[in-house]
Design a protein around this ligand. Structure first.
Ligand code: KG4
Ligand code: ZN
Length: 338
């Protein structure tokens, strides 16, 4: 891989992030989270765009300072073109276009979902990068899918959710428990002190490798409504066990299909990616499957799981080597297939 220096910019949802990559080594990876959404229990698109607008310049400046890089050392600019919230994407896209134009360097569009998967090729993401072909369970707040990765840019979705994403299930169930947004990391933490076998919730019966997470959410909601009528303190008194039981159920749903796909396609290279891959119990089950099923597992370093610009810079570097540049007349797109 060449050792070109590339700036990556990510603004698809509620994190404004900028990273500098040299070859496949990350020199800086800066993110500004948007605390404002906590008050609303979810991301408010209009507020997200405004916060990106305020954060983007300081975040990019910080990424350059931390990497000790001057603007004129940058060979190209990579940015998230989609999928995501259109207003949020527009801020990163417009900024990337303007900077590429003023520095007179190529502009490179990046698909956010490809980036979650290709984050595995960042030098310090794993002790070893995955070998093609591999399976990647891509689980975030907006997406849940099993991807067959034949090559860097040859990916096929072999299964996906027909309704909610796994991260969305964590967040919506967290709301039922009156937890802050995003609830995924909070449930992960509370589950550590709980017993995962205390409560049982519905699991879907889906065809092939597809997922569904709306059933577990409804099952938790009805169960909680019934119990709270009998004991108003039910959630408080059982919070750790509730979180552990919900987490176990979501992970069982995710892993059953991933194991089925790995077995039927006879693939032992298995990766996880996306925000939910930060989940400690999911990481543990992957490690168990390394022992139990002989999988070579790829679990990205924590900072490359939730939305970050390092993964955007990584994809931009791969495209830069291929000479795949984007016309400056491009625009952001909320929907963007793999
Ligand atoms: O990839 P990401 O940062 O943004 C999207 O592209 O959606 O994923 C965010 C999602 C949220 O739903 C959040 O609750 C979930 O990832 N998440 C977790 C954990 N950390 C983040 N879910 C479970 N356990 C975690 N430790
Ligand atoms: Zn994401």
């Amino acid at each position: 891989m060449s050792d070109s220096i590339i700036l990556g910019i990510e603004s698809s949802c509620d994190d404004t992030s900028a990273a500098i990559i040299k070859g496949n080594c990350i020199l800086s990876n800066i993110a500004a989270n948007q605390a404002i959404h906590k008050e609303y229990g979810g991301v408010v698109p209009e507020l997200a765009s405004r916060a990106h607008q305020q954060n983007i310049i300081p975040v990019v400046e910080k990424s350059l300072t931390k990497a000790n890089i001057q603007q004129n050392a940058i060979s190209a600019i990579g940015f998230t073109r989609g999928p995501g919230l259109l207003g949020s994407l527009l801020v990163g896209t417009s900024f990337a276009k303007s900077l590429a134009m003023s520095l007179n360097v190529p502009l490179i569009e990046v698909n956010h979902l490809q980036a979650h998967i290709l984050a595995h090729f960042i030098a310090d993401a794993n002790p070893m990068p995955p070998q093609f072909p591999f399976l990647c369970l891509t689980v975030s707040g907006g997406h849940t899918m099993i991807v067959l990765v034949r090559d860097y840019f040859d990916m096929e979705i072999i299964g996906k959710t027909i309704d909610d994403a796994a991260g969305e299930a964590f967040d919506k169930i967290g709301k039922i428990f009156d937890l802050d947004y995003p609830a995924g990391p909070i449930i992960d933490r509370l589950a550590k002190e709980g017993n995962p076998d205390v409560f049982t919730f519905n699991k879907p019966r889906m065809e092939n490798y597809d997922y569904s997470f709306s059933g577990i959410k409804t099952s938790v909601l009805y169960f909680i409504q019934k119990e709270v009528k009998k004991n108003p303190d039910f959630i408080k008194e059982n919070l750790n066990d509730l979180c552990a039981s919900v987490q176990r159920t979501i992970i069982e749903i995710l892993m059953t299909k991933l194991e089925k796909a790995a077995k039927e396609l006879n693939i032992k290279e298995v990766a996880i990616a996306g925000g939910v891959s930060a989940n400690s119990a999911l990481r543990k089950v992957m490690e168990d499957n390394h022992e139990k099923l002989g999988w070579n597992i790829y679990i990205p370093k924590f900072e490359y799981t939730t939305d970050n610009a390092a993964m955007i810079a990584m994809v931009a570097q791969l495209k830069f080597e291929r000479g795949e540049f984007t016309d400056l007349r491009t625009s952001a797109t909320a929907k963007y297939d793999l």
